[in-house]
Design a protein around this ligand. Sequence first.
Ligand code: SAH
Ligand code: SF4
Ligand code: F3S
Length: 485
Amino acid sequence: MQLPDYKKARTRGKEEVVKELFSLDPKYQNLGKGKTYFVKTYGCQMNEHDTENIKAMLEVLGFTESSSYEKCDLVLLNTCSIRENAHNKAFGMLGRIKHLKESNPHLLVGVCGCMAQEEGVIEEIRTHYRFVDFVFGTHNLYRLPEVLAKTIEEGNQAIEVYSQEGNIIEDMPVKRATPYKAYVNIIYGCDKFCTYCIVPYTRGKQRSRAKEDILKEVQDLIKEGYQEVTLLGQNVNAYGKDLGVSYGLAELLEEVAKTGIPRVRFMTSHPWDFTNQMIEVIAKYPNIMPSIHLPVQSGSSRILKLMGRRYTREEYLALFHKMKEQIKGVTISTDIIVGFPGETEEDFQETLSLVHECKFDNAFSFIFSAREGTPASKMEDLLSEEEKNNRLYTLNEVLNHYFLENNQKLIHKIVPVLVEGKNASKKTTLYGYTDTNKLINFDGEENLIGKIVPVEVTECKTWSLDGRLVKDRSQEEDKVLSTNH
Ligand code: SAH
Ligand code: SF4
Ligand code: F3S
């Protein structure tokens, strides 16, 4: 048994991170033969991508995917620690699984992801959730076959969580969620230690993948017909800083754009590391999508300082306006936390005024949630729950107003759309995303799925657009959206 240790997770050593290739001991090959699995994923894109690796590993072991957790032989929860409700959801699910296990004692139950890295969670699983068969963490995803084999062979709870990151594992098998959009990890971990955030503890120190490995993955995806890649990391702007070379996100984005893949996206960007060079590269390449997620967290410089965000309100606004000026047609989305410890009404009003100034195209808004082991969890928090809820409500009203206002500017424009799938319940048949990352519903043949097509915007809502497929573009040139993308 190997348990998580928060003290170790916090330390940032100087050891070199080296690359290792994934390998599977042939003795595990039939571990899941004839059995089915279900993976439930919580949290961010990094977790979604980890699940793509987990599913592929389970299939290498002989398991096949089930569409229901109630009818399978192995259920695995890939968990998220970011806020208390993510935590509660996973424990709620474990409660339901407990009943399943009572009627099917052969069901294998696993927990992985960020919660597995938390000391308190593991303690809880060891004492109150004994029916959980196996646990592994974010740093040893690739050890899933070994951990699973151990619990099957020994019949005991197998827990293997590394508190510190190990090497970067290349060539992990992957079962991607779609055949036209792919996630590509470029940097693991985070060294920013924003005072409210648990990620640096659950994901370890910042480690960049070698650019050769990233570019090879993109080249392979192009050969397989992929239309879009999203370069992933908790702070992609820090790419390369740990490699000791003068090659960062700007250079990487440029090389990825030059591969010719139709769409390149990246997330998430921390404002602090966003350079002029990156802005120039984004503006220069039409296949780098004009859509940037730039979390601000608060509009008050006093709160930003307490959050450890390393920029002021004025610096954020200057960066925001520079992007808007230099990247034609760019849309910017953000994340905002309300009710951070010590946030006064005046601080909150500054957040609202920043939203009025930036008129974001999209945003995720949250109430501060105290996370185990973070500095902010020890700060005095006097605001009532009611007041926090009121602030979130007020903020959302203002945000929604601008989402709709921005969408309305697109009426009758023709936008490029990557068609993603069929609408199950809506009145239109297809849906996809515009270059600026807006969801659009429209009618069309199923064979358009996976293609980029022109669509005229016919109706604008707060969170989505409706459109009409443009069949003969030449006659409609005057309506084309005036971006260079
Ligand atoms: N790496 C990204 C954010 C990852 S977490 C970045 O720095 O921009 C996604 C969002 O969750 C954060 O931007 C923040 O708004 C929110 N978040 C993180 N920790 C939180 C906490 N303890 N309480 C409430 N929201 C939190
Ligand atoms: Fe968390 Fe800050 Fe790192 Fe984002 S940059 S993952 S908010 S510590
Ligand atoms: Fe959650 Fe971990 Fe992602 S805490 S947001 S799953 S990095």
